[in-house]
Ligand binder design. Structure first.
Ligand SMILES: Cc1cc2nc3c(=O)[nH]c(=O)nc-3n(C[C@H](O)[C@H](O)[C@H](O)COP(=O)(O)OP(=O)(O)OC[C@H]3O[C@@H](n4cnc5c(N)ncnc54)[C@H](O)[C@@H]3O)c2cc1C
Length: 401
């Protein structure tokens, strides 16, 4: 039985492990975290295309049980004017719209799927070295542990050590000019927003929120800021962040200031990076997936879904061909789409950054309703969502849509 060492238990790792296991591979997942952690419990968008991959793993329904279906995204100006609505899924098909879930829910569902399949998941295993021989690949971990397999799959995120092993000259992630922050809140009297997430182009920062039926508010802000020094954000307390956010959003329309007034729990800040055009996705017996080779900023709500698409595509390729041909085919199938999504998210970031003059902001707010007028039925973004990769049928590997 061929054996795959999988580095990373975020999104791509447990997904590719389950697909490979189902086609007869012996797989093992290693993660640097000391124990199962879920990135502070923030939330993310799992798009229609990512849900389709979870369906192939039999995990979609479980994820949806605690999701906020959000097929509509409604945009507001800093003065409270409704700018328009954009589908968060295929246009005119809200039943197939995307869903917002707590990040820990997605990780838990994927991890539980792997555990139920009997796939070993080892925490506290930080990859520090990769060595290839003629017949195998050997991974060394910080605690001295060594593992050997036929291939190594790096699902180790945007800071991927695997990417650098594959190509020491690989490009580095690029800072977007935005820092993401977010959390939860409860605001008395604030009505639930079924099927909808709202976005506000605030006077000094971008804001997004939704209200679940039980009244819990999920919110985030993207503030425009120079690239922070590495690690510098860890020293900023939740109270300091909240004070800054309350000031930045004090002139924004209801319910933005009210949500920030009632924010609960820890506030964490994430400088937002992306990564595009990594020339080599594999070398010898080593290949990389997900953010490791094409991190996209959260603005497209597609990072996790692309990682899931990579997982099913790579497993399909490995089922049909020896690893070297499979790796090349996987990159050929995935790279154009992944890079198109990163580019699309960059265009959204440009709208979120508050670098425009007052006049620029006024022009944006005047033009946006015109662009958005027909957006609710605009099929131009369907390429993002209608990308379905069949798992059952290797011959049908090429995506539709
Ligand atoms: C603030 C924020 C908001 C986001 N919002 C969205 C959204 O709405 N929708 C969306 O689709 N995406 C969103 N994303 C992006 C999404 O989280 C990523 O695209 C997705 O998690 C990528 O999955 P992955 O498996 O490639 O990497 P990750 O999920 O980052 O997993 C990488 C794993 O590798 C492990 N690892 C790293 N180095 C090592 C090592 N040396 N040895 C062993 N293990 C290692 C890490 O511990 C981690 O578990 C957001 C990201 C951020 C930061």
């Amino acid at each position: 039985m061929p054996r795959a060492l999988i580095i990373g238990s975020g999104v791509a790792g447990p997904a590719v492990a389950q697909f490979l296991h189902a086609s007869g591979w012996d797989v093992e997942i290693f993660d640097a975290q000391p124990a199962a952690q879920n990135y502070g419990g923030l939330f993310l968008n799992v798009a229609t295309n990512g849900l389709a991959v979870l369906e192939s793993l039999g995990l979609r329904q479980r994820l949806l049980e605690d999701g906020h279906r959000a097929p509509n995204m409604v945009m507001w100006s800093r003065t409270g004017k409704r700018l328009g609505a954009v589908p968060n899924g295929p246009a005119g098909d809200p039943a197939r719209g995307s869903v917002i879930v707590k990040r820990d829910r997605l990780h838990e569902v994927l991890r539980d799927g792997a555990t139920a399949a009997g796939i070993p998941l080892i925490f506290g295993a930080r990859l520090v070295g990769i060595e290839e021989t003629a017949t195998s690949v050997r991974a060394t971990f910080a605690d001295g542990r060594v593992a050997e397999g036929d291939i190594l799959i790096g699902c180790d995120g945007v800071g991927s050590p695997t990417r650098l092993w594959i190509d020491p000259a690989a490009p580095a992630p690029k800072y977007s000019g935005l820092v993401g922050l977010g959390g939860f809140a409860r605001v008395e009297g604030l009505a639930p927003t079924p099927e909808t997430q709202h976005f506000v182009f605030g006077a000094r920062s971008f804001f997004g929120y939704l209200v679940r039926t039980d009244g819990t508010v999920y919110w985030f802000a993207n503030i425009t800021a120079p690239e922070p020094a590495r690690g510098s954000m860890r020293g900023v307390s939740s109270d300091e962040w909240l004070a800054r956010l309350r000031e930045l959003h004090s002139d924004d329309p209801f319910p933005v200031p009210q949500i920030l007034e009632r924010a609960e729990g820890e506030i964490r800040a994430y400088p937002i990076y992306d990564l595009t055009h990594v020339p080599r996705w594999s070398w010898g017996r080593v290949v990389a997936l997900g953010d490791a080779v094409h991190a996209t900023s959260p603005s497209a709500g597609q990072g996790a879904s692309l990682a899931l698409e990579d997982a099913v595509t790579l497993a399909n390729c490995l089922r049909d061909a020896p690893y070297d041909r499979a790796f090349a085919e996987y990159q050929r199938l995935r790279q154009p789409r992944a890079e198109a999504v990163v580019k699309y998210a960059r265009a959204i970031n440009a709208q979120k950054r508050v670098t425009k003059s007052r006049l620029g902001v006024a022009i944006r707010d005047a033009m946006m309703p015109m662009f958005l007028r027909r957006a609710a039925n605009d099929t131009r973004n369907n390429w993002l969502y209608n990308h379905t990769i069949q798992w059952e049928d290797p011959a049908a590997r090429r995506p539709t849509g």
